[in-house]
Ligand binder design. Structure first.
Ligand SMILES: [Zn+2]
Length: 236
C-alpha cells in the first residue's frame, strides 16, 4: 500500500530517498498561508515526523489563503486542526501539534529534534528567533515570505550560507499592519519551500543556498538573486 501511495515519485527519489523522507523530522513554524501548502505537500510526500507550531486560532479572514482549513474549523487552534488534517491525509506520518510561539522556551527542544526547519511565519520577531536557533544548532532553515502578489524564498545553512538576518538586511522585528495577500501567493512560495525540504532530506537537486528567489505573480515573473551576507555579522 505504501509503495502505491508513493508510486508517482519513487522513480524520482528512489527507495532510499523515500526512506530518508520517512526517517526525517521536519519542524514547520507557522501554519497559515505558507504553512498550509507546506504541511499538505510534506505529509503527502511521506515525511515521517512533522512538528507543527502555531499559537493562533482560525479566523474567517484566514480562509482566502490558508487552504488547510474549512469553515468547520473556525475558532479552533490551527496546530490541532492541522495535525488532524495530516492524520487523515497520510496516517503513516507521525504528527505533533504545539500550540505556542517560537519564542516559547520549549521551542528550542523542537529545533534540536528537527532535521529541517521551515519558516512559514508572518513576523520578523519570530523569524529572527528561528534564524538564531537554526544557526546555533546548524539546522537547515527554509525561508519563505509573502505580501500581496509578491514572495521570496531562500535556504539557510551554517557553513554554506550566511544567516537570514544579514542576507536580508533585517535590522529589527518591526510589526506593521498585516499585508493584503492573494491566496495563490503563499500557495506558490509554500510549494517551493516543500520542494526545498524534500531536496534537503533526500540530497537530490540543489537547494536555494546563497540564492534568493523573488516572485512577482502580478507580472508572472521569477527572479533569482545571488545573495551574500553582511561581513560585519557574527555568522561569518
Ligand atoms: Zn549573518
Amino acid at each position: 500500500m505504501t509503495e502505491e501511495r508513493y508510486l508517482r515519485q519513487l522513480r524520482l527519489i528512489g527507495r532510499r530517498g523515500q526512506e530518508k523522507l520517512r526517517e526525517a523530522t521536519v519542524l514547520v513554524a507557522g501554519l497559515g498561508g505558507l504553512g498550509s501548502p507546506v504541511v499538505l505537500y510534506l505529509s503527502a510526500a511521506g515525511i515521517g515526523r512533522l512538528l507543527l507550531v502555531d499559537d493562533g486560532r482560525l479566523e474567517l479572514s484566514n480562509l482566502n489563503r490558508q487552504i488547510l482549513y474549512s469553515v468547520n474549523d473556525l475558532g479552533k487552534s490551527k496546530a490541532l486542526v492541522a495535525a488532524e488534517k495530516v492524520r487523515s491525509l497520510n496516517p503513516s506520518v507521525s504528527v505533533e501539534p504545539y500550540v505556542m510561539k517560537v519564542q516559547n522556551e520549549k521551542f528550542e527542544e523542537l529545533v534540536r529534534q528537527a532535521d529541517v526547519i521551515v519558516d512559514c511565519l508572518d513576523n520578523w520577531a519570530g523569524r529572527l528567533t528561528l534564524d538564531r536557533l537554526a544557526w546555533i544548532y546548524s539546522k537547515p532553515l527554509v525561508h519563505g515570505g509573502i505580501a500581496e502578489f509578491y514572495g521570496q524564498a531562500t535556504t539557510i545553512l551554517r557553513g554554506i550560507t550566511n544567516c537570514l538576518k544579514c542576507i536580508l538586511s533585517v535590522t529589527s522585528g518591526y510589526v506593521g499592519e498585516p499585508p493584503q495577500v492573494l491566496g495563490p501567493t503563499p500557495g506558490v512560495i509554500g510549494a517551493i519551500q516543500a520542494a526545498e525540504v524534500i531536496k534537503l532530506v533526500t540530497g537530490i537537486g540543489e537547494p536555494l543556498f546563497n540564492k534568493l528567489l523573488i516572485m512577482d505573480l502580478k507580472r508572472g515573473e521569477f527572479t533569482m538573486l545571488e545573495v551574500r551576507g553582511d561581513p560585519e555579522c557574527e555568522c561569518w
